[in-house]
Design a protein around this ligand. Structure first.
Ligand code: ATP
Length: 319
């Protein structure tokens, strides 16, 4: 291939810029031109393109968000939208695409591949909820952000002998909740993968109180929700003054950690390596810390087991 495109799609994640940088630099190293597509598939449909030379991606490895902007694009879900995107590629000589995003973005990449533009997907989402890979770009940064914020809450929670119910991101998966909960010593962690009810929370707070504990952190995954109601119930039924805090989008921002910069660089490089061999319709990721790739259709069917053993450890230790 002589010319490839790169776009970011779905929710932004810290480390996306590091991946863009790697794609651009690896592409140029192989003698390819690289074009940035703005605002996800919208930019492909509307022809919003920006040529990216090796110096155009200077000074972005440390920046959160995405210099290419990201968006959702309903039109791309339909045949007409995909045809327009293909026409943009053909008119601009783009022979392959790197798509950085989540499962939805990979479905789009599979459609575009089927229409003759080979695509390679790079998993970029703070939720770590993509089955074919053990790791997604942005996850480590989001965890560290959530941990720092809960640590700050803990100071005030401890000083006032209170309970903090903290809702963290993770719409479809509880990985952020589990890891934040463990790293912050949460008394309870609520995720949709593990049955742990409001009654369980109350009982656990009551029994932990008898061991001399005065303040409590309860971490709730976004997918479970109901933090405000849970805080009220805890206060009513245990007598511990409780506050709910929803961390929200702050978890998506910030400078990527070492892990995210390194993973993004590896994945970006690998994606270009595949495209340079005319291999498309793939998603790249990590299994046992090794780079792997799967056909997009196969990747989308895979199931990721939840970390039940880790959850058990958290339950035994946070008493
Ligand atoms: P996140 O994990 O952050 O939600 P995502 O990539 O899963 O990321 P989606 O909103 O599901 O986010 O998808 C992003 C875009 O991918 C959509 O706006 C749409 O343009 C495209 N897309 C999603 N599903 C399909 C599909 N079935 N066919 C074609 N394109 C799709």
């Amino acid at each position: 291939m002589k010319k490839i495109g790169v776009l970011t799609s779905g929710g932004d994640a810290p480390g996306m810029n590091a991946a863009i940088r790697a794609v651009v630099r690896a592409g140029h190293k192989r003698g390819m031109e690289v074009v940035g597509v703005l605002r996800g598939y919208n930019g492909l449909i509307g022809g919003e393109l920006r040529p990216l030379g090796v110096r155009d991606v200077s000074d972005i490895i440390q920046r959160g968000g995405t210099i290419l902007y990201t968006a959702r694009c309903d039109e791309f879900r339909y045949e007409e939208g995909i045809r327009k995107a293909k026409a943009t590629c053909e008119a601009n000589g783009i022979e392959g695409m790197v798509v950085i995003g989540g499962d939805g973005s990979f479905r789009g990449a599979a459609d575009l591949s089927a229409h003759g533009i080979p695509c390679v997907g790079i998993p970029g989402t703070i939720d770590n909820d993509i089955s074919m890979t053990e790791y997604t770009i942005g996850y480590d940064t989001a965890l560290n952000t959530a941990m720092e914020l809960v640590d700050k809450l803990r100071d005030t929670t401890q000083s006032h002998d209170r309970c903090s119910v903290v809702e963290v991101m993770g719409h479809r998966a509880g990985y952020i909740a589990l890891h934040t909960g463990i790293s912050c010593g949460a008394t309870c962690i609520l995720t949709s993968e593990i049955p742990f009810t409001g009654d369980d929370v109350i009982n656990r707070i009551k029994s932990t109180k008898t061991t001399g504990k005065h303040h409590f952190i309860i971490v709730v995954s976004e997918g479970v929700g109901g933090s405000e109601e849970l805080a009220k119930r805890i206060e009513r039924e245990t007598g511990v003054v409780s506050r709910a805090t929803i961390l929200g989008h702050v978890q998506r921002g910030g400078s990527p950690t070492v892990k995210d910069r390194v993973a993004a660089t590896q994945l970006g490089y690998y994606a270009v390596d595949l495209l340079s061999q005319d291999i498309g319709n793939k998603v790249v990721g990590f299994q046992h810390d090794e780079l792997v790739n799967f056909d997009i259709q196969e990747a989308l069917k895979m199931k990721k087991p939840f970390e039940n053993d880790l959850y058990k450890i958290a339950l035994e230790v946070s008493i």
